[in-house]
Design a protein around this ligand. Structure first.
Ligand code: DC
Length: 209
């Protein structure tokens, strides 16, 4: 099984790079953040408080989540809805829930096993999900660059507000007890600030054994 693990904070360029690496190598790509967002989306839709750990833990295994191209949750297209500010806020508590994480990790491993590997993007891919990955990369970028990228992505004019939201998420993701965001052992840190996507993709592909 050949896994390329790409981790990093919001706005570091993970999705763009992971998708491009997968395309160049003819591999499948998995956005694990979309899986946690899908659980958060399902909570909100059912009126479950994302902080109600027991209810959220019971809900997660029952959900049918597809994140190939379009994102569907129990058959309903949620591709745009999982990027809403409400879901972005709710996902923090959902992703900190150890039972939700265990269920998502199980699904991520099954995904890779069924296709002999792939490019997997998230926060704990190199540290927890696939510690034996062929390549482990931790992407970063300057705070300004990350806020700029994210503003563009969510079509927000207020870069300062986006920067504040990124700072909130960085803090929550890095200080939570369950699988906090950190540089995995053996991972190569790549600062994407001021580099083109192609340059980063070349560097990642060049690391393949
Ligand atoms: O990458 P993203 O912004 O779509 O991720 C959404 C949330 O899910 C983010 O708050 C971090 C969390 N996440 C996680 O805890 N572990 C992952 N493997 C992927 C995402």
């Amino acid at each position: 099984m050949r896994v390329i693990a790409i981790d990093g904070p919001a706005g570091s360029g993970k999705s763009t790079v992971a998708r491009a690496v997968a395309q160049r190598l003819g591999l499948d790509y998995l956005d694990t953040g979309a899986m946690y967002r899908s659980v958060a989306f399902a909570c909100l839709r059912r009126g479950i408080d994302p902080l109600d750990a027991e209810k959220v833990a019971a809900l997660a295994p029952s959900l049918d989540i597809e994140v190939a191209g379009r994102v569907t949750v129990d058959g309903d297209d949620a591709t745009e809805a999982i990027r809403s500010p409400e879901v972005t806020k709710a996902v923090t508590a959902v992703a900190a829930n150890p039972e939700v994480r265990a269920e998502m990790v199980r699904r991520q491993r099954a995904w890779a096993e069924s296709r002999g590997g792939g490019v997997v993007e998230g926060r704990d891919i190199g540290s927890v999900v696939f510690p034996q990955a062929a390549v482990k990369v931790y992407l970063t970028a300057s705070d300004e660059e990350r806020a700029r990228r994210r503003s563009h992505e969510v079509r927000a004019d207020d870069v300062t507000a986006v920067a504040a939201d990124i700072a909130r998420r960085d803090h929550a993701d890095s200080t939570r007890e369950a699988s906090p965001l950190h540089v995995a052992e053996g991972a190569t840190v790549i600062d994407t600030t001021g580099h083109t996507v192609d340059e980063i993709v070349d560097q990642v592909i060049g690391m393949l054994p």
